[in-house]
Write a protein that binds this ligand. Structure first.
Ligand SMILES: Cc1ncc(COP(=O)(O)O)c(C=O)c1O
Length: 398
């Protein structure tokens, strides 16, 4: 066999890749597992999506290649939603691109922009394709830590000046996974000005735009003046509509970047299943009806988890958005060690902060993907395990 490429060989392990196997082993030993690791909720998708998919599956033309154009009605539904939701008009044919989930778009776009030696700026911690895409394109990564003291906003001043002349891409994600931070409007305006000044394309990942609480409404970066000159934004139906497995996402924004990603994908894939795009139309049109009810469920879970984890002794910040809590690990234990120990001792799977980059070490992430009661149960177990360690004993299931 030939050797694997250096870029491939130096990819880090994907976060949580070994979790399903470990969970199976623990279940076989009789442990009751509560999985708060992946951002993959246990809730149902909108009935409108299911109905539309059923109907589409019965139509022969939906079984043909979608190619990059896809279903015109999906592009039009995206444009309609961007206008309705953000007041951002986009041309459905030149400023919208259907994606097979937003992840592939985020991971593919570096191949259109980066040569070896070019620079991508990424948040640390950050969603793994922000690292994986540029790394596989043999570009240089400049990882900027997201610091609690700076409200987890990527500080543009921390980007080394000598790297800026080679920088072409900046990944940003607010509401943020994993920290749950949100970006104020004036920060987004500064990002736009910065990218324009340095001729950088901003890749704005807005996967959590609809999961927000307490009256907060996350913006689209495209709302702000000048954004369209240097930004494309990635959206996903995965989190908003409990449709992670359906793989429906889209990119919107700068025409030339959308064109580049379209051409790139022509060589990579033949587009998102047309039946899924038909379901996407029905889903986006169910937005007004579905989202508030779904958010109310997440909000109840958030409140239960915040209360129970605070009572268990953790320092919990109440998130304004996302399906995550981002919590410092007491006692300075590394995040991998802590999460492994907690899983083995209590059956609760938490996400180690360091799995999203060095900047995430010292934290763990809780996903609000199970009921409020299960979250309370998980918090009690984890709290007991931590209390037992700090008093020199062992966790109750240890
Ligand atoms: C920040 C962020 N962006 C994008 C995605 C990917 O979503 P999709 O299912 O559309 O690929 C996720 C999923 O976890 C995410 O957390």
């Amino acid at each position: 066999m030939p050797t694997l490429s250096r870029a491939f060989q130096t990819l880090p392990p994907y976060p949580l890749a070994d979790l399903p196997g470990l969970k199976r082993e623990l279940r076989a030993k009789g442990l009751d597992i509560i999985d708060l690791g992946a951002g993959d909720a246990d809730l149902p998708p909108p009935p409108q999506a299911v109905k539309a998919l059923r109907e589409a599956a019965g139509r022969a033309e939906m079984s043909r290649y979608a190619f990059q154009l896809g279903l015109p009605a999906f592009r039009e539904a995206v444009a309609e939603w961007m206008d309705l939701r953000f007041g951002v008009p986009v041309d459905p044919y030149t400023e919208v691109l259907p994606l097979i989930g937003s992840k592939e778009g985020l991971a593919h776009i570096p191949f259109a922009y980066l040569d070896p030696g070019d620079v991508a700026i990424v948040p640390d911690p950050g969603y793994p394709p922000y690292f994986g895409g540029p790394h596989l394109a043999c570009a240089d990564l400049v990882a900027i830590p997201l610091r609690r003291a700076k409200n987890f906003l990527l500080d543009l001043e921390e980007i080394p000046r000598e790297k800026l002349s080679r920088a072409k891409l900046l990944y940003l994600n607010y509401p943020n996974n994993p920290t749950a931070a949100t970006a104020p409007d004036d920060y987004l305006r500064r990002v736009i000005a910065f990218c324009r000044e340095h001729d950088i394309l901003c890749l704005y990942d807005n996967a959590y735009s609809e999961l927000a609480y307490d009256g907060y409404t996350p913006p689209s970066i495209l709302q702000f003046e000048g954004a369209r000159d240097g930004t494309i934004e990635f959206f996903s139906l995965s989190k908003t509509y409990n449709m992670t497995g359906w793989r429906i996402g889209f990119a919107v924004g700068n025409r030339s970047a959308i064109g580049a990603l379209t051409r790139l994908k022509t060589f990579m894939d033949n587009g998102l299943f047309l039946g899924a795009q038909a379901a996407g139309v029905a889903t986006l049109r169910a937005w007004r009806e579905f989202v508030p009810r779904n958010v109310a469920v997440f909000q109840e879970r958030r409140d239960a988890a915040v209360e129970a984890l605070s009572a268990a002794g953790f320092e919990v910040t109440v998130p304004k958005a996302t399906m995550y809590l981002w919590i410092p690990i007491p006692g300075g234990e590394g995040s991998y060690d802590f999460c492994r120990r907690i899983l083995l001792e209590t059956g609760v799977a938490l996400f180690p902060g360091a799995a999203m980059g060095k900047g995430g070490d010292g934290f763990f992430r809780v996903a609000l993907t199970v009921s409020a009661d299960r979250l309370r149960e998980a918090a009690a177990r984890v709290g007991n395990a931590v209390a037992a360690t700090s008093s020199g004993g062992r966790g109750r299931n240890g």
